[in-house]
Design a protein around this ligand. Structure first.
Ligand code: LMR
Length: 406
């Protein structure tokens, strides 16, 4: 009768999507989930994905056989090059193990599961992972599921609405050696605040000094700067300095393949031999959980990554998305500061990068946006910039203004 099963609360992000759909208010706006929308508030099937789909549909040899346990080889090798660089010495030396996963969430899970089985957590530090405060809410559950306790490091400074760099570095320094730190590779979710390259270098120095492990989550490659290589800089830099690390990679956002669940986990090992051992164990773990990964998304992304013409098309599509978001940042900033003269400093709207803005609204103000204005956003003050468009931006700015003025 399951009487003893406690009722769980709905997911804090996806409940917003459901509430938005049910809302009858004509001017309702969804700034909740991080999913790209075009200026007409429609999901955007990337033109390059349409092209790749037609290539697949016209392939007379297409079948629905099982993929290998670790995924489609052309996909995983292309994905590794995308994040680590096509000339990556680590790849050339055979030190990178890449496994296809159920998008970024699956990569996080498989990475966490692998660490839970094989990482030598120090007795002093215990089975912990350090997450940025704040972070993507699902990170807590993913690590909790594999008995790794999530703890947080300072990341965001509400005073400056920027990076809490010194407290972050101090925590890296004071954490027990060989701790695991989860780092957002670019376009930090939810704050939109990334370290500068000089700051990354200092972070890297301390991580090396302390022998920490870097667990990179890369869900937004292309969204930070509009350029895929630029956005991979931190990961590539850490690899060049031989930081022990892994990278979780998602193609949900940058290829608009949310529902296809396509991603990868890349573990960079110190030797070819270690990489082979890691791969053997990842393969065992994946087999017991999903048997083999789904094929469709892998085939699409593999075509895009391995065909120079499609790859160029993709870069153009990413720029289209990144540029529209930047335009919305400018427009929201302009409305608040010039037209409405909303109290406070709003420069963070244009300084933050990626899919999200961390508005600085508190929980009560965020709730008022949802309940009074029918503008759906998470309780931590995060708004998904791609939910804004030329039709609703004025209404959103006015509602923000009202909420701020109380
Ligand atoms: C988000 O943070 O909105 C996205 O990453 C979607 C998700 O899975 O939560």
């Amino acid at each position: 009768s399951w009487n003893e099963v406690p009722l769980a609360p709905p997911d804090s992000i996806f409940k917003l999507t459901a509430a938005f759909k049910a809302d009858q208010f004509p001017q309702k706006v969804n700034l909740g989930v991080g999913a790209y929308r075009d200026n007409e508030d429609k999901p955007w099937v990337l033109p390059v994905v349409k092209k790749a789909t037609s290539v697949l549909l016209n392939d007379p040899n297409l079948d629905h056989e099982y993929l290998p346990i670790t995924g489609l080889p052309e996909f995983t090798s292309g994905a590794a090059k995308l994040i680590l660089g096509s000339d990556s010495p680590a790849i050339q030396e055979g030190r990178v193990t890449s496994v296809q996963t159920i998008s970024g969430t699956g990569a996080n899970h498989l990475g966490a599961l692998f660490l839970s089985r094989f990482y030598h957590f120090s007795p002093e530090g215990g089975r912990k992972v350090w997450l940025s405060d704040p972070t993507w809410v699902n990170h807590f559950a993913i690590f909790g599921n594999v008995q790794i306790e999530p703890v947080t490091y300072p990341y965001y400074d509400p005073q400056t609405i920027g990076l809490a760099f010194k407290p972050f570095l101090d925590t890296l320094r004071n954490a027990p050696s060989k701790s695991v730190f989860l780092l957002h590779a670019c376009a930090h979710n939810p704050t939109g605040v990334d370290p500068t390259r000089d700051q990354w270098k200092e972070i890297c120095d301390v991580i090396l000094e302390k022998g920490h492990y870097a667990f990179f989550d890369c869900a937004y490659q292309g969204f930070a700067s509009g350029d895929l290589d630029n956005d991979a800089w931190a990961v590539r830099y850490f690899v060049s300095r031989s930081v022990p690390l892994l990278v979780c990679q998602s193609f949900a956002k940058n290829a608009g393949l949310y529902g296809e669940r396509i991603g990868a986990l890349h573990v960079v090992a110190p030797t070819t031999e270690a990489a082979a051992r890691v791969k053997s164990q990842l393969s065992v773990l994946s087999r017991s959980e999903i048997s083999n990964p789904p094929a469709h998304g892998a085939r699409l992304v593999s075509l895009i990554l391995n065909n120079p013409e499609l790859f160029n098309d993709w870069k153009r599509d990413i720029e289209t998305m990144a540029n529209r978001i930047i335009e919305m940042r400018r427009e929201l900033h302009r409305s608040l500061t010039e037209e409405l003269k909303t109290p406070g400093n709003w420069d963070h709207i244009i300084n933050q990068i990626g899919m999200f803005s961390f508005t600085g609204l508190n929980a009560e103000q965020s709730k008022a946006m949802v309940e009074k204005a029918h503008i759906y956003m998470t309780g931590n003050g995060r708004i998904s910039m791609s939910g804004l468009n030329t039709h609703n931006i004025r209404y959103v700015a006015e509602s923000l203004d009202k909420v701020v003025r109380g």
